[in-house]
Design a protein around this ligand. Structure first.
Ligand SMILES: [Zn+2]
Length: 276
């Protein structure tokens, strides 16, 4: 097989025939020409394949056949990976697309922008949706590598703008969440420490906040907002309780506050989108 730059790769056609309508068609032309079982070698030109992309696609297939572990290169712009997916698309090799995608899900859990691009170009919407959520804690304007952005722009502008919209809407939502949290931070109807927590010297939280439950609410609310922004609100619920417990040393008081902010978060999440 000859890639667009002239580089050739030797690969058994019989392996590709059952996997791809493109190679099956080529086989039928040969079949009409040859009249015995002699092994013939010929060059099939693949003008839509870059040599790096073709090499990767064929390596992935070969490793899968041999049962060897597949390892995708870990470059942040994923250019070769995208070229390999272009090859599988152009020459109808969906099995290789799936192999690449499956490996990307395992390997690029901590490179969500790469995973998003791979999923989009492989045409896998559920994985793209999943990856879009994983990208949220990373500011798109700072963390989306330029080259990967250009690749997405070239292959699927709509996918890039969907991801941009998600991030920018999410950021705008922070201000709303801040306002919402302020309402939850305010002490309703003179809410105070419980009798048990204010008895004698009082509980650890009573002591720390000098009996001022409003101060406790306000300071924990501010700390929670910091964490919320840092996590872009994603999975903030899972750290909420442990975070509050870390500040408010009394289990009972921490429980009351966590419950209250969990409600604020729930109210926010009801309306905010966290995936494309
Ligand atoms: Zn307490």
């Amino acid at each position: 097989m000859q890639a667009d730059d002239g580089l050739c790769f030797r690969f058994p056609l019989r392996t590709l025939i059952p996997l791809s309508s493109f190679f099956a068609n080529i086989e039928s032309t040969f079949h009409n020409q040859k009249d015995d079982d002699t092994v013939i070698e010929t060059i099939i030109t693949l003008p839509s394949a870059t040599s790096k992309g073709l090499a990767l696609a064929l390596t992935v297939l070969q490793k899968s056949i041999l049962g060897d572990p597949i390892e995708l290169s870990n470059d942040k712009d994923a250019a070769v990976l995208i070229e390999a997916l272009s090859v599988t698309k152009a020459y109808d090799l969906p099995i290789i697309t799936s192999l690449i995608l499956r490996q990307a899900v395992v390997q690029f859990d901590d490179e969500p922008f790469v995973l998003y691009a791979v999923a989009v170009i492989a045409g896998d919407e559920p994985t793209a949706v999943h990856a879009s959520r994983l990208t949220l804690p990373f500011d798109i304007d700072l963390f989306l590598p330029d080259k990967l952005g250009r690749i997405l722009q070239e292959h699927n502008l709509y996918a890039l703008s969907r991801l941009g919209d998600l991030h920018h809407n999410r950021k705008r939502g922070f201000e709303k969440f801040k306002q919402l949290l302020l309402r939850y931070q305010a002490v309703p109807d003179g809410e105070r420490f419980t009798k048990a927590c204010s008895k004698g010297k009082g509980c650890e939280a009573f002591e720390m906040f000098k009996g001022d439950f409003g101060d406790l609410r306000q300071r924990t609310g501010e700390a929670f907002y910091e964490v919320f922004v840092a996590m872009s609100g994603v999975d903030a619920r899972t750290v909420l309780t442990s975070m509050i417990k870390g500040i408010v040393q009394c289990e009972k008081c921490a429980g009351r506050i966590s419950k209250c902010f969990a409600h604020a978060l729930w109210t926010f999440e009801k309306k905010a989108k966290s995936t494309i």
